[in-house]
Design a protein around this ligand. Sequence first.
Ligand SMILES: Cc1cc2nc3c(=O)[nH]c(=O)nc-3n(C[C@H](O)[C@H](O)[C@H](O)COP(=O)(O)O)c2cc1C
Ligand code: SF4
Length: 686
Amino acid sequence: MPRNQRFDVLFEPVQIGPVTAPNRFYQVPHASGMTNALPHVRARFRGVKAEGGWGVVCTGAVSIHPSSDDSPLPFAMLWDDKDIAAHALMTEEVHRHGALAGVELWHGGACTLNRTSRIAPISPSGMPWLSTHLGFMGNLKPRSMDATDLRDLVKWQAAGARRAMQAGFDIVYVYAGMGYLPYEFLLPEYNHRTDAYGGSIENRVRLVRELLEATRDAVGHKCAVALRISLEELRGRPGRNAPSEAHEVITLLADAPDLFDVKMDSSPTDCAPSRFAPEASHEPVIDFVKKLTEKPVVGVGRFTSPDVMVSQIKRGILDLIGGARPSIADPFLPRKIAEGREHEIRECIGCNICISSWHDGVPVRCTQNPTAGEEWRSNWHPEVFAPPASDSSILVVGGGPAGLDCAVTLARRGYAVTLADAAGEFGGRLRFERRLPGLAAWGRVVDWRLGQLRERANVNLYPGSELAPDDVLGLEHRHVVIATGARWTKMQFSTLEFPVGELDGPGVYTPDDIAAGVVPPGPVIVFDFDNYYLAGVIAEHLGRLSSEVAYVTTAGNASAWTYMTNELPLVHRALGKAGVPIHTLQRVAGFDGECVTLADVYSGAEKRLACRSLIVVGIRKPNDSLYHALAARPKDLDRAGIAGLSRIGDCFAPGAIVHAVHGGHRFAREFEAKAGEAPYTRDYPV
Ligand SMILES: Cc1cc2nc3c(=O)[nH]c(=O)nc-3n(C[C@H](O)[C@H](O)[C@H](O)COP(=O)(O)O)c2cc1C
Ligand code: SF4
C-alpha cells in the first residue's frame, strides 16, 4: 500500500553532526538485559529493529569503567578492548539494514553499588542515592571525587568513545540522566562541591561539557556526539535568568553536542506506565529544548500513533521520534507506516513488563511482542513465519491472550484456524480487566490480534460458542488446542507463607465474581497476596464507586510486585486518591460476614475491620476441565481424527498476560516442527 502522505515528514533524513539518520525514527538507548555475555542475542534484537525501519538503533547504558558496576542487574560494558567485538556484532547487524548505531556510554556514580568490582562508588560529594527498593539498596556508600578522579572519569569516557568508534558506532553518547554520575553533578542535593564543579549552574554543568568535549576529541569527525539528559527536576527549579535551571543548562550546552536526547529523571515518569500516563507525557517538561538550540532533539513518550509523531515534529517539539517500548512492542513500526500499514502496528500497551525483565536480570520480555529477545536464540522473526508443515486444521478453544496469539501465529504460518470462545466477545481476562481504571490500553493485546485474525481468509471466528467435549469431537479438526484460561480461588495465605484451604461462605468473592457483574455490598475489603496489579486496580475501581473500600495485603506495599514495572508509587497514590486505606503486612485470619480479623504477618497481632464483602485476590487455578475430559477419551479422539490435543496459557500454567501470549506463540511457532527445527540456541561471549 502507498504511504499516507501526511506521514511523509517522518521519513525525512536528519543530519546529526557528521552522520545522517535516514529517517526520524530513533530507538533511544534502552537496556536489553542481554549484556556482553549474550552478544548474538543482543545483536539480532537490535538488528531486527533496524530491519523494521528504525533509522537509529542504540544500545542501552554501556559502562565505561569497573567503578560503574550494576551487578547483579544486567549491564553492558566497554571497559577494555576485549569488549569491542561483542558490540561490533550489533553495529554490523544495524548497518546491514541502513540504520545508524548509537552507544550510550555510562557511569552510574552513586547509583551503582559495585557489588562485583567492590570499588567504592564515586560521586560529586559522597551523597548516596536513597533507594526505596530493596534491590537497589546497598551498604557501601559512595565517596567524594577529587581532582584526579574527575580527570580519570573524563579519560574513561574518551577511552570508551574510542572503543565505541572501533566497534563501528556512529553516535556516541554522554549520559547525564536518571541519577547517574554526570546528572548528580547537575543537582545541588548531590553536588556540595566548592571547587569549579559545584555551586553555580555554570560550575555544575562543567563536567558534562568536559565529557562532551573529550568524546568529540576521541571520535573526531567520524561519529556524532549525543547528550542524553534528564530535565524533570531541573525544569521544576527556577533559574537565575531563565524560567528554570533546565533552560539554563540547555542554553549553556546549546552547541556542545550534535544531538540532544531529552528524558525524565525517574523510571516511573520516564517509562511512564499507561495506567497513569498518556502518550507524549514528557512534552510539558521537554517542550522548550528546541527553542534554545539549533541541534536536533530527540525525545520519548510511548509514541505509537503516527499522527501524534507528526504533531511533535510540526509543532517544533522534537526533530526525531524516540522510541524505547514502542520499538520493543513492534520493531517494524516504522516500516508499517512507510508501507501504509499503520493499522497493523502492534502498539505498546505501557504495561512495563519489559522493565520488569531488567529488574529480573533477564533478556527483555514484552507482553505485546512475544518474539522480543527470541530473535536469535529461538529464531523467531517478528514478521516472518515458517510455512505450514501440513494441511492440518486447528481448533483453538478460548480466545484470551494465549488463544488469540496462538491462533494469529498459526494463521500467519498459513494453517487453517478456528477460534471459539464461550463468551460473546474475545479477550479472556482482558474483557473485564480492560474496563478497569487505567487498563484500557491493555486491551490492545486483544484488538491487535483480533484485527489480524479478521483480515485472514484462513481463519474462522466463533464467539459465543461454548464447546462441550462431544462438540469438539464432532468438529473435524486435526488438532485441538485448549486455551480456556484460569479462575481465581478463595485460597488463603498461612502464617508460614504457603497457600492453605479456601475461605468460602457468603460475602467471600473473587475477581471472577466482580468480572461477572457482582456489586459487593460494603464495607468491602480487597485482600491481595497475588501482589501484581489486579487487586490494587479492583480496590481503586470499587473505591471510586463507594467510600467503604479498604485494601489489605500480606506484602509490605500495595501491589508489591509492581515495583518491577514502575507502577508501585503510582498505585499508592491512586488508592489514596480513591480514598482506599491500605493495610500492609496483614493476612486474613477470619471472616464472619460482619467483620474481618486481620493478623500481622510477623507478630500475629490481630485487629478487626468492618467487612461485609471480602474479595480474595490470591491464587489462580487452570480452567482445564475441557482438556481433561477430552484427554480421558483417547479412542474417541482417534475416531474423530484428532491427532493432537494440547493446552496453553493460563489453562496450562496460570501467569501474567505476558506469559500467556508467549505460551500461545511458542506453541504456534513449534507446531509440527521436526526434531531440531525448534532451536533454543545458547549464546556465548565473544
Ligand atoms: C527495558 C527498558 C530499559 C531501559 N534502559 C535504559 C537505559 O539503559 N538507558 C537509558 O538512557 N534509558 C533506558 N530506558 C528508558 C528509555 O530509553 C526511555 O527513556 C523510556 O522508556 C521512555 O521512552 P518510551 O516511552 O519510548 O518507552 C529503558 C527503558 C526500557 C523500557
Ligand atoms: S512489555 Fe508492555 S510496556 Fe514494554 S514494550 Fe511490551 S507492551 Fe510495551
